[in-house]
Structures are given as C-alpha cells and as structure tokens.
Design a protein around this ligand. Sequence first.
Ligand code: ZN
Length: 262
Amino acid sequence: MPELPEIAYLAKQLHEVLVMKNIKSIENYQEKSLNKTLDSFKKNIVSQSIKEVTAKGKWIKILFSSDDYLAINLGMGGEIYFNQDHKKTNTKIIFQSDDYLVISFWWFGHVHFVSKGEHHIIDELGYDLIHEDISFQQFKDFILGNRGNIKNVLLDQRKIAGIGNYYVHDILFTTKIHPLKKANTITEKQLNKLYQVIIETFNEAIHQHGSFYEEDIYGHKGSYKADLVAYKEDKPCPICKTTILKIKTSATTSYICPNCQR
Ligand SMILES: [Zn+2]
C-alpha cells in the first residue's frame, strides 16, 4: 500500500508532466470509486486546466486553475500511470494533448472531484511532517495529548498523515519505542528522535523513489526497503541479536525487538 513517500514521489512526477494540461475526457469503470456520478465528473472536469499537483498524507491532489481539484487515494495496491495502459484500468483521464493518466485500484481506491471551498476528507488529515512545516514543539505537544498507544496514533490519518504499516515498524525500532507504549508516556528524548526519524526515513524513501514494491508513473519500481525489523520475524535484531517478534497490536501486526524497544 503506498504511503507518504510513494505518494510524494508520484505527486512530484505528476506535477512535472501535468501542469498546464487541459482535460479532454474521463472514463471510469468502477463508479463506486467516484464521489459523484460520472456525468457530473464529465461536466465538472472536462476542459479544466491543471495548476499543480501536490500530496498530503496518502492523498494526491490535482489542483485546477479554478481551485477545484481531484483527490486521488490509491488504496491498497493502487497504481497511477502516465501514458501507459494497465490491464486493470479503473479511471482514465485523457488530456487535450492526447497524453493520459490511468488509475488502477485493487481495493479501496478513490477518485474524488472537489469544488473550490467544498469540504473533503483531506481537510481532516493530521500532521504531514514532510509537506508541512510542523515544529518539534507542535509534534511533541500533539503526541503527548494522546492516551492511545503510539502505533495507533502514528497510523491514524486524522492525527499523523502518511504513515502506514510498512514504514512504521522500522521507525519505532530506530527510536527504540515499543508500539504499545502509551503516547503520553513517551520521553522528550524519544519524541525528539521519533520526529527526526520519521522525517529522515521519509526523505530517504522519497529520494529512492519510494519502496521497492511500488511503481512510479512510468511503471518503474522504487528502491527503498524497510529491512531492520520489519517483516523479519524470527531473525536476529540487527543491534542486539535478540529474536525479532511478530506481535498483535490492536488491528495490526507489529515486528519488534523485545529487548531494544520498551
Ligand atoms: Zn534489539
């Protein structure tokens, strides 16, 4: 599932190829992924011109000159390609230049049209440490205001936007925080480390064009691999050699070193 680094890189690539392009037509083969009828999409987006493409959390935002926008969420295993076909096309957006975008979903994907000023779930997303200027003080105050366990806080998109269950294991391992630790009991030193590690991990992953199993708009895979403790059940911890455990944490699974992470 694409997380913040993959979405950030896709948005950057899309921005490079789509700015100033005008939409000619749209096709859709799974109307429940749309938030409005296909007819309404056609009426609203045809002939709109693209001003910029940005990202927030796991959403791609294609902003038009009118300040209306398209909000795209690739869900689980979704892909978005430029000028390339896909066997499982969900939505196709064709431009007057005859360039086109193909969006393909496996599960839970969304293509939303949002009018200027209209409320959208993007407005409810929490802190995005890469695309917004969030200070350590803001981050700290925010995390300490939560009584839930830290992993749930990090995965809750309305709290911290963009982190999912691929990157979170190594982020928590690197900061030596147990995923079930209560957010409001984390020390200032650990929080400082957590803030830095999230930003460093995501910047490095963006630099490597996202994770090794996700594709960019040309179908090329990224090269980032979370391989400290993530998905390494029964292997030795890279620091202390204790056996890595796979544990249940609320609705998700976590990989931890029971010795390093407290
Ligand atoms: Zn360890």
